[in-house]
Design a protein around this ligand. Structure first.
Ligand code: NAP
Length: 436
């Protein structure tokens, strides 16, 4: 028997569990830990609530989760309730699949002003992550600025611009839906420090901006490189740039039909956040040019009005005591997933915040191959039994997958008409909903 602990129940965690079941069948017991009482990590709290088809991948993880050899143990914070060292003493392999839940900081003057919010917090707020449910962003102003030109920036801009009707069928949480109903935002400026050819937004997601009820995307023709240069682009980027060209060709009268403008501001590097009375009022931006793929300042500056700023500039893994950390990459220091003997990482905790959900599948399978090479066959470790003993001494309240299914039933029962669920947004309500 092998004893495997996976820390984190998001895509990276469950693909790793799936790979372990495939590799060892009944010869391994796999425990999946999560800090929250509910599983699926980024699928629940990161993927946009209006992207239900992406969220549907959790059905696949469910199949793994209900297998005989796999156990979900929610409401267990590794690093607080149990240390990584304790886990490695109990299990043959501990795989950290903790993702990258912290915002990369926009390190400029004024970044601490009120209503300057990182995407981890903002996305967590509209997705009902217990840590961010109380965020209460101020949407009373007309101007929002979104910093970064990746898919998270796109999610944030789209969510800020959708009408209530467009959220039908989504699982956006009630507090966010209500706040968005009262929102006065009319302009959403998306700032990219480089140009159209360096855009990180993918075509499918970018194309959604053409189908919004109330908002239309604005691109300045002057920012677009000569069309023939697109031939050198990788096909995905080329498609995105073609969409940007489509946006630039939208006639004024069509823009006029939509009350919200989503403006793409390229070659725009934020330099200072300007505040009034402690609250953000604008962003000072330096115009850049791109040289050998890098943004270089031109010295020319201008201001963009801003009543709300959401920075979408990437994420970092949360460090854990005793686990070597790569400060530059913002994830655990590792060699193809190996951190220390018996300790591994996978997904964003291994390679930083990039790729799609599907990228985690080969990641999970490859880390299990490595674990297999390292640990061999039978084990003398105590695994689940040892953890349960320790959990009892510490009075830990473990939430099982069966408990989660009861929580989910209660969320489904509470859903507004047409929505898949109404999420609990605090830990106590989640735990209470599992019943006796
Ligand atoms: P991302 O794709 O890496 O984009 C980050 C953006 O922030 C880039 O435009 C980057 O510009 C910019 N940036 C970084 N540091 C900056 C700074 N100091 N000042 C100004 N701009 C800065 O990251 P992401 O949007 O957080 O997405 C993370 C991953 O999740 C990606 O793989 C993404 O595709 C995926 N995702 C997918 C979906 C989906 O619906 N398919 C949704 C959300 C996220 P530079 O390029 O110049 O560095």
């Amino acid at each position: 028997m092998r004893h495997i602990a996976i820390v984190g129940s998001g895509p990276a965690g469950y693909y790793t569990a799936e790979a372990a079941v495939k590799k060892w069948g009944e010869d391994a017991l796999i425990d999946v830990y999560d800090k929250l009482p509910v599983p699926f990590g980024l699928i629940r709290t990161g993927v946009a609530p209006d992207h239900q088809s992406i969220k549907a991948v959790s059905r696949r993880y469910e199949k793994t989760a209900i297998g005989d050899t796999v156990r979900f143990a929610g409401n267990v914070t590794v690093g607080e309730d149990i240390t990584v060292e304790e886990l490695t003493s109990l299990y043959d392999a501990v795989v950290l699949a903790t993702g990258a839940p912290r915002d990369r900081q926009l390190d400029i003057d004024g970044a601490g002003s009120r209503n300057v919010i990182g995407s981890a917090a903002f996305v967590g707020w509209y997705n009902g992550h217990p840590e961010f449910a109380q965020l209460d962003p101020d949407l009373s102003g007309k101007h929002a600025v979104v910093v970064g030109m990746g898919n998270v920036a796109l999610d944030v801009a789209r969510i800020l611009s959708k009408s209530q009707h467009e959220f039908a069928g989504s699982d956006i949480v009630a507090h966010a839906l209500e706040a968005l109903r009262e929102s006065n935002i009319e302009t959403i400026s998306i700032l990219g420090r480089r140009g159209p050819h360096q855009i990180m937004m993918t075509p499918k997601e970018l194309g959604e901006l053409l189908h919004l009820d109330r908002a239309s995307p604005h691109v300045d023709n002057a920012d677009l490189p000569p069309m023939e240069d697109d031939a050198f682009l990788e096909p995905g980027v080329r498609k995105s740039v073609t969409l940007l060209r489509d946006f630039a060709a939208i006639p004024e009268n069509i823009h006029g039909e939509k009350p919200i403008a989503i403006e793409f501001d390229f070659f725009a590097n934020p330099k200072t956040i300007v505040s009034e009375g402690g609250k953000v009022a604008g962003v000072e931006v330096e115009r850049t040019k791109v040289e050998a793929g890098r943004a270089v300042g031109t010295g020319e500056t201008y201001s963009v009005p801003a009543d709300l700023v959401v920075t979408c500039i990437g994420y970092r893994t949360s460090p854990l005591k005793g686990v070597p950390f790569d400060e530059r990459a913002g994830c655990f220091a590792n060699d193809e997933g190996r951190i220390l003997p018996g300790l591994y990482c996978v997904g964003w905790a291994k390679r930083g915040p990039s790729g799609t959900i599907g990228t985690n599948r080969p990641d999970g399978y490859s880390v299990i191959d490595i674990v297999d090479q390292d640990i061999g066959g039978a084990s003398r470790k105590r695994g689940r039994e040892g953890f349960d003993e320790l959990a009892q001494t510490r009075g830990l309240e473990i939430v099982t997958f069966r408990d989660w299914q009861k929580i989910e039933e209660a969320e489904i029962a509470a859903a507004r008409k047409g929505a898949p669920r109404e999420k609990f947004v605090d830990i106590d309500s989640m735990i209470a909903a599992r019943g006796a």
